[in-house]
Every structure is written in C-alpha cells, then in structure tokens.
Design a protein. Structure first.
Length: 184
C-alpha cells in the first residue's frame, strides 16, 4: 500500500492505517530501535509507542513520507529509552556511531557556540555535497545505526572502504563546522 493511501486511512481514523504501517515498515522500525536501545524488548515497546504517536498526531500532521516520519519518531523514542536505561544503569549499550560523530563535531566546534539546529543544517549541507555512495554510508551508520560489517554486506563494499568513507565524511563535517564557527 502506498503512503498516500495509508495517510488517507489515518485521516479517516481507520485503525487499519496502523496495521499497514506495521506491515510495511514494522521490521525496519524495530531494527532501528533495537540498534539504538539495545534490546528486542525495548524495540517492541518503541514500535508500539511509535504507532500510538502516529495515531495521535495524524491528523493533524500530514507527513509527505510516512517512512521518514516513522523513523524519526522511533529514533527519538529509542534514544530516550537508551538515555533512561543508561541513567538507571540498566544497560551497558553505548552509541558508538554517535560518539564518532560527536567527536568530529566537538573537534571542529569546541571553540564555537553552535546551536543544535545549526549543526543539523551543516550536516544537511554535508549530505547534499557527498556522493550517493558516501551519503548512503553516512546515513546507514549515523541515522540507521548500522555497523560497518552490516553496511559492507548491504552495499557490497569492503569494510576498509566503508571506514575510509566515514573518516573522510567526518573530516568534511569538521571542516564545515569550523568554517561556520569562524563566520560567526
């Protein structure tokens, strides 16, 4: 079923919209949440919460892309769950991909007071300037939280090349942040 048809079901307040989202995107959403939150139980809870949030927010929201909208919701929920679990010492899971990215941001912008929104715009600009392959690798690693071996397997690229692409992308990000900070 196409997203526009699913969206129509939401606007009609048909519960089948939730079933369609789960059928079409449930596996992917569960995978994202499991990678971030660190367990299948947490992933299932995040998926259920995501479906509830979709039900509560559509309408009035009218997302153009239900997949992207759902991914954003589940990522936020999974990060909240991870933060809670780490604070309660219930999990030893660490977000290694985000630590990699944070180090690039911190190294370049430590002396600058860049706001989160500015960093997001810089990342968007970076993504627009990357090749399709580099952009896909970057998003798989830092948005979908895939491991280097998973990215290698999915894209048919060697792990060494994946690591090289990520290092170059982080360097470009650091350069962009430094330039933005100096311009302020």
């Amino acid at each position: 079923m196409e997203d526009r048809e699913i969206l129509r079901l939401f606007w009609q307040r048909s519960e089948s919209a939730l079933a369609e989202v789960q059928k079409k995107y449930g596996r992917m959403l569960r995978k994202i949440a499991a990678k971030i939150a660190g367990s299948e139980t947490a992933a299932e809870e995040c998926l259920n919460d995501t479906l509830m949030i979709l039900w509560q927010n559509i309408p009035p929201a009218r997302p153009e892309n239900i997949q992207a909208y759902s991914c954003k919701v589940i990522r936020n929920l999974a990060f909240k769950r991870l933060t809670y679990d780490l604070a309660q010492k219930r999990s030893i899971n660490a977000s290694v991909p985000l630590e990699e990215l944070e180090s690039a941001v911190a190294d370049a912008g430590a002396e600058y007071d860049l706001q989160r929104q500015e960093v997001l715009l810089i990342i968007e600009d970076l993504l627009n300037g990357l090749s399709r392959e580099a952009r896909t690798v970057f998003l798989k690693r830092y948005y979908f939280m895939d491991t280097v071996p998973e990215i290698s397997r999915d894209l048919g690229i060697s792990e060494a090349k994946i690591k090289s692409i990520l290092v170059r992308s982080r360097k470009k990000l650091a350069e962009k942040i430094k330039l933005k900070g100096e311009a302020l």
